[in-house]
Design a protein around this ligand. Structure first.
Ligand code: HEM
Length: 296
């Protein structure tokens, strides 16, 4: 099989039977006509034994955001966080409503999938932050780490909602739901359509390869980035894809596939020319990806 290390092929019809639909963490109630207010209760017992404190979700989010920024200032690990969040969410299959952004990736059976090679590093980097915001689900933290990472790298400010529910270990998905980098549009469509995403979203989300690089000891691909500034989140992925003149940069078969059809090529050109258009459309696609399988 042409599969090189990390990213396996899709097994048709092998969707797991277990449901992992996300719900709202903490206390949230929707009353007709009244906006939904989310809060997460924290039992904070002082030395005098008094228990009385409620941490509102926005405060929790702010605290986690500050911790994530502090991490990125010390360790520029933003790209691997984006990959972690995507590999957690990208197991979603609409037909069975299984998988999705539920942090099942942190369990042994799922993190061991070939496609997830190296992502334990990202989870371990997030554990000290999780310990500081224990009321936040892992699923929210993984997705927040991604949006904060993109913003930290100069990318768009992506809207973020909290309330993802963590899966149990039994809800881990089977191997083979994530895309194979050695295949073209037919395969990418099978995988992304299964998540409920379309051609434009495949292309936009692939634009996240403006960030980071491949690691030969993880995916087996050459140790190369897609752009000259892999810690900057911008539209240069599309610029380099079109230019195709720098052998020090990476091009996977799945990246080249985005130029294999006229309509797709038109979008590559559009986003190469217009960073703001890319940021706007990327944000919407990213929100959709980050909420797969969740009712927020
Ligand atoms: C279209 C199908 C996709 C394929 C076949 C694919 C494949 C890959 C591969 C092989 C790597 C290298 C991993 C390594 O060696 O460390 C990688 C890295 C990465 N991918 Fe994708 N990917 C796809 C879509 C996406 C999407 C949808 C996102 C996010 C929205 C994404 C974000 C990233 C990031 C940020 C990295 C860099 C990670 C790092 O620097 O550690 N990818 N991808």
């Amino acid at each position: 099989m042409a599969f090189v290390g990390g990213v396996g092929a899709v097994k048709n019809g092998a969707a797991g039977a277990l449901s992992s639909k996300c719900g709202v963490a903490g206390h949230a109630r929707a009353v007709a006509g009244v906006p939904r207010v989310r809060s997460v209760r924290v039992a904070a017992r002082g030395s005098d034994g008094v228990v009385a404190m409620a941490v509102q979700a926005p405060e929790l989010e702010e605290k986690a955001r500050a911790e994530l920024k502090a991490l990125y200032e010390k360790t520029p690990c933003m790209p691997i966080m984006v990959r972690l969040a995507w590999h957690d969410a990208g197991t979603y299959r609409a037909a069975t409503n299984t998988g999705g952004a539920n942090a099942s990736i942190r369990y042994g059976p799922e993190i061991a999938h070939g496609a997830n090679a190296g992502l334990k590093i990202a989870i371990d980097l997030l554990e000290p932050i999780k310990a500081k915001v224990p009321e936040m689900s892992y699923a929210d933290l993984f997705q927040l780490a991604s949006v904060v990472g993109i913003e930290f790298g100069g990318g768009p400010k992506i809207p973020f909602k909290m309330g993802r529910k963590d899966a149990t270990e039994e809800e881990c998905t089977e191997d083979g739901r994530l895309p194979d980098a050695t295949q073209g549009m037919k395969h990418l469509r099978e995988v992304f359509y299964g998540m409920g995403l379309d051609d434009k979203e495949i292309l936009l989300l692939s634009g996240a390869h403006t960030f980071g690089r491949a690691h030969s000891d993880r995916s087996g691909f050459e140790d190369k980035p897609w752009t000259k500034k892999p810690l900057d989140f911008d539209n240069t992925y599309f610029v380099e894809l079109l230019a195709n003149n720098d052998p020090s940069l990476l091009r996977l078969v799945s990246d080249e596939a985005l130029m294999s059809e006229e309509e797709l090529l038109g979008l590559v050109k559009l986003y190469a020319e217009d960073k703001e258009a890319f940021f706007k459309d990327y944000s919407a696609a990213h929100v959709k990806l980050s909420e797969l399988g969740c009712s927020l």
